[in-house]
Design a protein around this ligand. Structure first.
Ligand code: 47U
Length: 312
């Protein structure tokens, strides 16, 4: 089988949401290649915590005694209990998917009323369900796909797609360049030339986080840029045109247009940069600012997983 689903950006491309059918109800979830839990808002939460969200009404079978608790690097988090239900994404069906229903979520999730939860697409080795880890949607369906892969085509300020089971050559230019993936930490982890340390391809993270030295070198070419500790990153005049950022990954190179690196206004005519420091995180994060310039293939067709990057 194959499938494709639209990925619609929230304002400023803060995240990209896909429609997911769970037990016959449609939820709008953030497909996150940086985590491995499929969790949704649920009627088990206080009404005030889930106001404005589509909430799961336990249509599936409860897995008694199973719980989950996830914390994300930005300090957000959620927890709850576990059901098994039918999940459909872009026409691809997992008949018995672990659906993690929230009993509590942190404030940033409650306040983002477009987002009804996350569908993780990293490796199942970092799923947080206890006492038995559960499989991601992709792990559950990959054997039924024509090819064991999915591909992300996120776009700047407009809807993109996630393709399942096939590569759509109309969505990129040039060729796809593949690099090996280190799965030891459960992420789609790879090495990028000229960017020190390990990097992860993470659709669930908004910005592009790279080492200080690369960040400083980039903003040295932006006259109005400075590091603003009150905002927690580099800011600049919203009207200043920004340089492109190019990186070599394997035998290919990807260019992020400067326009994509103006993330959003933070106050008046001051804008927050899409490139920020990964120092303190432990790895670099190639989030949406980068991914929206690419067609990225999350590929398990070989004996070892690999990532493919092409210019979008
Ligand atoms: C790891 C990390 N450190 N820091 C500062 C950031 C922003 C991250 C990435 C992160 O938190 N991503 C995320 C957040 C919520 C849901 C899904 N993904």
């Amino acid at each position: 089988s194959t499938g494709s689903v639209s990925a619609s950006p929230e304002s400023y491309d803060e995240s990209y949401l896909i429609p997911v059918s769970i037990g016959g109800t449609t939820f709008h979830l953030d497909l996150d290649t940086g985590s491995s839990d499929l969790w949704v808002f649920s009627t088990q939460q206080p009404a005030s915590q889930r106001s404005g969200h589509t909430a799961y009404k336990q249509t599936g079978t409860k897995k008694s005694g199973y719980t989950w608790n996830i914390s994300y690097g930005d300090g957000s988090g959620a927890k709850g209990d576990v059901y098994v239900d039918k999940v459909v994404v872009g026409g691809v069906t997992a008949t018995s998917q672990a659906v993690e229903a929230a009993t509590s979520v942190s404030s940033s999730f409650t306040s983002d009323t477009d987002n009804d939860g996350l569908i993780g697409a990293a490796f199942s080795s970092i799923n947080t369900v206890s006492p038995q880890q559960q499989l991601t949607f992709f792990d559950n369906v990959k054997n039924s796909l024509s090819q064991k892969l999915f591909a992300a085509r996120l776009r700047y300020h407009t809807a993109g797609t996630y393709d399942y089971g096939y590569i759509d050559s109309s969505k990129y230019s040039g060729s796809i360049h593949y690099v090996p993936v280190n799965t030891a930490n459960g992420f789609w982890e790879f090495t990028a030339s000229g960017v020190s340390g390990s990097s992860i391809a993470d659709t669930g993270t908004t910005l592009l986080y790279i080492p200080d030295s690369n960040v400083d070198a980039y903003y040295a070419n932006v006259d109005s840029a400075s590091y603003d500790s009150s905002q927690g990153g580099y800011t600049f005049d919203c009207d200043e045109s920004l340089p492109d950022w190019t990186v070599t990954i394997g035998s290919g190179s990807i260019t992020v247009p400067g326009e994509y690196i103006n993330f959003a206004p933070v106050s008046g005519n001051t804008c927050f940069g899409g490139i920020q420091s990964s120092d303190g995180i432990g790895f670099n994060i190639f989030g949406d600012i980068f991914l929206k310039a690419t067609y990225t293939v999350f590929d398990q067709t070989q004996s070892s997983p690999r990532l493919g990057f092409a210019q979008g």
